[in-house]
Design a protein around this ligand. Structure first.
Ligand SMILES: Cc1ncc(COP(=O)(O)O)c(C=O)c1O
Length: 410
């Protein structure tokens, strides 16, 4: 095989992969129509249409469209009545908002370790992390791969806990034929720029529970209630409402989503097959009960011991030089300076909340699986899986080439 591109050889690939986000005349027309309509916010006909369509897409009875995945999580937590002195169990392998939204609601996140194959919360680790203060579990469907929702729901039922699904990366993913987002009590989605369904920034909370959905609707709308006056406020809330331009974009994107998800699933399966013979690559193994992956990410573990000890950073640089844009992914969340330096709210709350005995101390947290996984992880982003079959073959070819030339990287 020719020399590595990093060492002056010809790269496997010179053409770019598909760009993201995608749009066409539909988005242009929808945005101009919205602009000219003069209705940019309340009464929000486009937002309501999007909420109805997104709920149907998620097999959920209710959806509330809000400003981001982060605000969706805060809404869900507050709607469950969780606050000062309460704990919620979260994974350490996720975007920081999964944990910080717990703090923003004045509660305390407690980390439980992940499964080394799925990279999702391990239900046994969740059960071991439960204390008398635990109120909820937040399973994150990492990269679009559904969590073991049977295991999570069993633990939740046994201990009387709420389940708030962080489905921010998992639009359209399915567990045993059921879409994620309404398997637990509430589901949270993000429509931020990188997400599989996007309007730049945005989010949604989904549910099948009428009372919880009504609570979300009131909290995100400054405590208003349906049928009551604009200046009547019945509970504590704020303004997390989505606007009409965001909804106009999402209605267009939602039309493309099923076809894009099917394509990502075809390419994800092909790439798995193409990489399966390379010992240096350990792929995310989804549970057989996962009936659709959303493939927001194609995450895999790089086993350097199977590649002559070449450090991950060098392997990554060599892959990039071959024309394959890969990224290294998260570090264990509890290692972030926020947690290590305990930079929380005023008066040390909520980690040192007077409603909670003892101070949460993240400097002593040590979860072996996530620490091992984080040191090995590489991700391909969802837009790559919108390419052609030959694009997947280029990725596999480039990975095989770098492994074969490992000596040149030492
Ligand atoms: C797993 C997860 N949770 C929460 C969020 C927060 O979403 P947003 O960026 O829309 O606030 C994200 C987005 O990056 C995410 O990936």
């Amino acid at each position: 095989m020719p020399a590595l591109a990093l060492r002056g050889g010809i790269p496997v690939r010179a053409e770019p992969f598909p760009a993201w986000p995608v749009c066409d005349g539909r988005e242009e027309r929808a945005l101009i129509e919205t602009l000219r309509s003069g209705v940019w916010g309340i009464p929000r006909p486009r937002v309501e249409e999007f909420e109805a369509r997104f709920a149907a897409y998620c097999d959920a009875r209710y959806a509330t469209a809000c400003t981001s995945g982060s605000t969706a999580l805060i809404l869900a937590i507050v709607a469950c009545g969780i606050g000062a002195g309460d704990e919620m169990i979260v994974p350490p392998y996720t975007f920081i908002a999964t944990a910080t939204s717990v703090f923003m609601a004045n509660a305390v996140p407690v980390f439980a370790d992940i499964d080394p194959n799925t990279f999702n919360l391990d239900p046994a680790a969740v059960e071991a992390a439960i204390t008398p203060r635990t109120k909820a579990i937040v399973p994150v469907h990492l990269g679009g791969c559904p969590c073991d929702m049977d295991g999570i729901m069993d633990v939740a039922r046994k201990h009387g806990l709420r389940v708030i699904e962080d489905a921010c990366q998992a639009h359209g993913a399915e567990w045993k034929g059921q879409k994620v987002g309404a398997i637990g009590d509430l589901g949270c989605f993000s429509f931020q720029s990188s997400k599989n369904l996007t309007c730049g920034e945005g989010g949604a909370v989904t549910s099948n529970d009428e009372a919880l959905a009504a609570a979300v609707d009131s909290i995100y709308n400054v405590g208003r209630l349906p049928g009551k006056g604009f200046h009547e406020h019945f509970g504590l809330g704020t303004n997390f409402r989505m606007n009409e331009f965001q909804a106009a974009l999402l209605l267009c994107g939602l039309e493309r989503l099923p076809e894009q998800t099917a394509l990502r699933n075809r390419n994800g399966a092909l790439l798995r097959e193409l990489l399966s013979g390379i010992p240096a690559i350990a792929m995310q193994i989804s549970d057989p009960r996962v009936t659709a992956h959303a493939w927001h990410l194609f995450p895999f573990r790089y086993k350097k011991e199977q590649c002559k000890g070449v450090p991950r950073e060098k392997f990554l640089a060599a892959l990039k030089a071959e024309g394959i844009p890969c990224v290294a992914g998260y570090t264990p969340l509890y290692r972030a300076p926020l947690f290590q330096n305990a930079r929380f709210g005023a008066h040390g709350c909520p980690a040192a909340c007077p409603f909670r005995e003892g101070k949460a101390d993240y400097s002593t947290v040590h979860l072996p699986v996530v620490e091992q996984v984080c040191g090995e992880m590489l991700w391909l982003q969802q837009r790559i899986l919108l390419g052609a079959e030959d694009d997947m073959r280029d990725i596999a070819k480039a990975i095989a080439k770098v492994v074969e030339h490992a000596d040149d990287l030492l």
